[in-house]
Design a protein around this ligand. Structure first.
Ligand code: KIV
Ligand code: NA
Length: 265
């Protein structure tokens, strides 16, 4: 496999090829996912929940993210490495510059931030300074306390229209990738059609340009709770590398997510 860049993912969208991505937090899993042919790895701030056992992602700090990014980087040969900016590390543009630089120097090739219109100036500034940005709309977990729980977003028309408008603004600001989390299937489809950058869905239906799963969900490690939108690929394969290869082929063939994994309104 050749080295995957933002251009590779853009070309995949243009050619209608589905993008498969997953989270990882250490070198060994990253290496295995890379060898299985995954298109991008996200060092997600979900590590607060799946590694640290926290109730949400808010306690994660930039040093945690840099540490795990360095670890993942050592395992990766080809895949694109995206690293999450944690809660309140991009509250101002200046904070975003300083903290994004830490993740890039730790080995990321792109940083991810949660939010819409308010991030426009920040994204523009980061891209001008050489830092590619993945945006994240929908159920943005750092705002769980504003949402009043982990709930599907964009069910009301006004909310959905705002999300589509935000997606266009983020693209215009220079974002090169867009994660969509826990939104109705039709809205995932509408946003993916409204922007020319690739969209990566998690609980966002079948029509996004790609999918992402938290590795602990894809491998059935999160034993206390399995989100509706996820699937345990290890059960069908009994082997971690084969599980990830199955995930990639199911996404590529349009078999994952299935009807049981999507939010219809
Ligand atoms: O932190 C994370 O793992 C994420 C994905 C679920 C998109 O942000
Ligand atoms: Na995240």
């Amino acid at each position: 496999m050749a080295k995957i860049t933002t251009s590779t993912l853009l070309k995949m969208k243009q050619q209608g090829e589905k993008i498969s991505t997953i989270t990882a937090y250490d070198a060994s899993f990253a290496k295995l996912f890379d060898q299985a042919g995954i298109h991008a790895i996200l060092i997600g701030d979900s590590l607060g929940m799946v590694l640290q056992g926290q109730d949400d992602t808010l306690p994660v700090d930039i040093d945690h993210m840099a540490y795990h990014t360095q670890s993942v980087k050592r395992g990766v040969t080809d895949t694109l490495i995206i690293s999450d900016m944690p809660f309140m590390t991009y509250a101002t543009k200046e904070q975003a510059f300083t903290n994004a630089a830490k993740l890039m120097q730790a080995g990321a090739s792109m940083v991810k931030m949660e939010g819409g219109e308010w991030l426009v100036d920040t994204i523009k500034g980061l891209v001008e300074r050489g830092i590619p940005v993945c945006a994240h709309l929908g159920l943005t977990p750092q705002s769980v306390n504003v949402f009043g729980g982990f709930k599907v977003q964009g069910r009301e028309k006004s909310q959905a229209d705002k999300m589509i408008a935000d997606a266009k603004l983020l693209e215009a600001a220079g974002a090169q990738l867009l994660v969509l989390e826990c939104i109705p299937c039709d809205l995932g489809k509408a946003i993916s059609a409204a922007v020319s950058i690739p969209t990566i869905g998690i609980g966002a239906g079948k029509d996004t340009d790609g999918q992402i799963l938290v590795m602990h969900d894809a491998l059935g490690i999160s034993c206390s709770y399995m989100p509706k939108f996820s699937r345990n690929f290890l059960i069908d394969t009994g082997d971690i590398k084969k599980a990830i290869e199955l995930y990639i082929s199911e996404v590529s063939d349009g078999n994952f997510p299935g009807d049981e994994h999507i939010f219809v309104k």
